[in-house]
Design a protein around this ligand. Sequence first.
Ligand SMILES: Cc1ncc(COP(=O)(O)O)c(C=O)c1O
Length: 303
Amino acid sequence: MWKSEIIMMNGELMPYADASIHPLSLAVTYATTVFEGLRAYHVPETNQFSLFRVEEHLKRLKVGMKVMRFEDTYESKYLTDCLINLIRANKPDSDVYIRLLVYIEGQGLLSTTGPIGFTAAAMPRKKNTFAEHGMSLGVSSWRRLSDNASTPRIKATANYHNARLAVHEAKLDGYDGALMLTPDDYVSEAPIACFFMVRDGKLITPSCSSNILESVTRDTIITRYQETTGHQVEQRSVDRSELYFADEAFLCGTGQEIIPVTSIDHFSVGDGSIGPITENIRQDYFNIVRNPNADHKEWRTLV
Ligand SMILES: Cc1ncc(COP(=O)(O)O)c(C=O)c1O
């Protein structure tokens, strides 16, 4: 398998091992970083890469830079060109996962707003170990960050402290992963993925006001589900106990892709196997992200 040998810092390509940032930068001290995780799927027929929904990822990043009050911003066109150069420089021969981080590289105080810098890395990523057989989730005792404390709507590095607390608790409690509730006890999301469930044939997901990251994958699934079935997805508040009525459930995200959930709080989801609606959604998703002839050409930038 190919290796990540070239990284990009502030537009310059360099050997992966040479990337560095000062430990007293605000990015390290106060977590003044926003980032994106993207994927470029290998298209074997043409030996190209399908960079998926880069426009939407960079739109979210741009709002993140604004909310972080960075003194400067990066234009999406410039960052897209950088990512394309980065992919090509690494000469991948299978799917690529990309991390793009923008941060304050200067030192200073909480009120410091720059100078800003960015790093982009392209790496291979193994298939998620839970993709095939699904995962068990436990509802975390840690509440998801509230919108008015450290808004989960932007992909800020600082938000992942909250996510990490839930991950470690879940593992120590014997679950494969965590599901977090909002401060007012509605279902929110998993530490690094959004949540969907099926109940009586209806697809349901917590609304964007449930302290979630406005996920690109969530949007892809909602759009495609409505297009392919003609049914709406219910985006609404979900109580904890409604989870136990689910016939199917799954997590989704760019990195996680689509991971079936087979139990929650030791209650089996449906009969504990991967359900037909989840399987259809998953098949459609992999077709849409990779197949150059699938619908939504505008979502795929071919590299
Ligand atoms: C907290 C959180 N929610 C949801 C997601 C899924 O977002 P996306 O589909 O845009 O990758 C992620 C992905 O990184 C995440 O970290």
